[in-house]
Write a protein that binds this ligand. Structure first.
Ligand code: ADE
Length: 236
């Protein structure tokens, strides 16, 4: 369910529930910088839940051997599904962080930012029992083609990327349109600030010219050049 700006006074634009066996990983990232400010301002609400609280094992075990054999343990479906169901009913998008998921990109981030409510599930061990995604209607999302030790850092990546798009979080929404992966599909152009010369490298003259059309044209060319160099796949 999406929420329009100002639609629901007193309620955050986005509520995120995180399910993890390492809640401590989220403590400082949720306190600092952009996420910390958004939460303090009340436009973003994040609750972190320990999956182990929903284990019915006396040792709070949440994993088990893989059917079919093979190395490593698999996260059992029971505790994760119980943790998700304890959040109650209501419309939400459920995301299971996994290197086997669909790769996160800015269009996906834009979609998640207007969901109103998100549940992020962090897997560990060799993987998560396949039935978790089926039972919870979860989308599997990967943050890139490499393998982390678990989904926690991936969930923080999703959380930060999504939060930047929540109205009132950035404070400078104009800068959003120009940056990489927005607008024309090019990488962002290079940026410069003072001093005008640093270690023998001067800021391009055109940026000091005050000629806005010339500056826009230089930035467009420089963005194109940077994209060709760093991400030729975006131009193909
Ligand atoms: N868990 C482990 N590796 C991951 C990745 N690349 N993306 C999302 N979750 C993960």
């Amino acid at each position: 369910m999406s929420k329009a700006a100002g639609a629901d006074p007193g309620r955050p634009f986005l509520r995120v529930d995180v399910l993890t066996i390492f809640p401590g990983i989220f403590e400082s990232p949720l306190r600092e910088s952009l996420l910390g400010k958004a939460i303090a301002a009340g436009v973003l609400e994040v609750a972190v839940h320990d999956i182990r609280e929903h284990s019915d094992d006396p040792h709070r075990k949440v994993d088990d051997y893989a059917f079919g054999g093979g190395p490593g343990m698999v996260m059992a479906p029971g505790p994760i599904v119980a943790a998700a169901e304890a959040l109650g009913e209501g419309p939400r998008r459920v995301v299971l962080l996994s290197p086997a998921g669909r790769r996160l990109d800015q269009p996906m981030v834009r979609g998640l930012a207007v969901a109103g409510r998100l549940v992020l599930i962090c897997g560990r061990y060799e993987g998560v029992d396949e039935r978790v995604a089926e039972v919870l209607g979860a989308e599997e999302v990967s943050i890139g083609d490499y393998v982390l030790a678990g989904g926690e850092l991936a969930a923080l990546v999703v959380l930060e990327a999504v939060s930047r798009l929540v109205p009132g979080v950035l404070g400078n929404e104009a800068s959003l349109a120009a940056e990489s992966f927005e607008g024309e599909g090019l990488l962002d152009h290079p940026h410069y600030t003072r001093p005008r010369e640093f270690r023998g490298l001067a800021v391009p003259d055109v940026l000091l010219s005050g000629n806005h059309a010339a500056i826009a044209e230089w930035r467009r060319r420089a963005a194109m050049e940077k994209t060709r160099r760093n991400r030729p796949d975006l131009l193909a």
